[in-house]
Write a protein of this length. Structure first.
Length: 331
């Protein structure tokens, strides 16, 4: 899954991003509503338990759609007295919930498929599905795949992890419909002994659904646990710090993210004989260069210290051997 880029200067305002996210999600909401009713109806009329189960799977998309509509709006709010770093983790939390929902759906599909195989081996074969179920499976695959691409493209455009996660939920529905299509087609055209293809295909697809759940859920879990930014991003940040005129070295480099907002805490060391104003200007230059590369909403917390001939390591930093409780900030 393509997670929102850590390196971007988006032209989409927070207000515009919320509108786009909600519009895209409402489109998915109504498509899911129609598909759920049509799938369940086609499953009942076409005597296909797989199609009924697929319709129930589509109903689960309603929950994630509502989560995205609510959470994305909250996540794009500006910082306030309670959430001084912004509300970005609401979107992270929403992404994690979507991933958990996907994982639960995958487990249920796997369990249903296993139960179907056990019943088939005991001679309890399902009835032959009707053509309406087969047609509905094809319609579902086409609709959900189109919805996946539409949602993913817009999610990447506004850098929304929750919207992108919801796009993958749409694709999981398309994958489950492929399993349904395979099972229905096998049961219809290959004879009753091949009806076991339905639960087998469902189990195979459920594994892919669970893999997708882990792929979209892991980044959100890492963010909630305050895992540092990827090394390719932090290395670029360090290079910017190192090459800023006036910075002799740095240490106590700490990075994390809050939704779409990147957060960096570090100490820079400057010539001890310059004025406080000069030190402030150096720190400001570091902030401006970082924000120009990683987005204006990036939060940079800088602590300025005098350089005292500390050893400089190969990456341009110096050892973190200073007592933070006894250090003083000049800005």
């Amino acid at each position: 899954m393509a997670y929102p880029s850590d390196r971007h200067t988006s032209e989409v305002t927070p207000e515009r991003a919320v509108k786009v996210a909600r519009h895209v999600t409402w489109v998915g909401f109504w498509v899911n509503a129609a598909l759920s009713v049509l799938k369940i109806g086609a499953g009942i009329l076409g005597r296909s338990s797989a199609m009924v189960a697929d319709g129930i799977h589509s109903i689960s998309d309603f929950v994630t759609d509502v989560i995205v509509i609510v959470m994305v709006g909250i996540a794009r709010k500006k910082a306030d007295k309670t959430y001084q770093y912004g509300h970005g983790k609401y979107e992270t939390f929403a992404t994690m919930i979507i991933a958990m929902a996907l994982l639960a759906v995958g487990i249920m599909i796997f369990a249903d498929g296993l139960e179907g195989i056990v019943k088939a081996t005991r001679g309890d074969l399902p009835p032959r599905p009707g053509m309406i179920a087969l047609i509905m499976a094809i319609v579902s695959i086409a609709s959900k795949e189109a919805l996946y691409h539409y949602t993913r493209i817009n999610g990447e455009r506004i850098h929304s992890g929750a919207v992108i996660a919801n796009a993958w939920h749409h694709r999981s529905d398309a994958l489950s419909s492929i399993a349904t299509l395979a099972g229905i087609a096998g049961a219809m055209f290959l004879g009753e002994h091949w009806r076991i293809l339905d639960p087998i295909a469902a189990m195979i697809v459920s594994v892919f659904v669970m893999i997708v759940a882990v792929r979209i859920g892991l980044p959100s879990v890492k963010e909630l646990l305050e895992v540092s930014l990827p090394s390719e991003i932090t290395n670029e940040m360090k290079e910017i710090v190192n090459t800023t005129p006036g910075v002799r070295t740095y240490h106590h480099f700490r990075s994390r993210r809050n939704g779409n907002t990147l957060i960096l805490d570090l100490h820079i060391k400057v010539d001890p004989d310059i004025s406080i104003v000069a030190g402030h200007n150096i720190a400001t230059a570091v902030e401006q260069r970082l924000r120009s590369q990683f987005g204006e909403d990036m939060i940079v917390n800088l602590h300025v210290e005098p350089y005292r001939d500390e050893k400089i390591l190969p990456d341009g930093s110096c050892p973190d051997n200073i007592d933070l409780n006894n250090s003083h900030t000049t800005r």
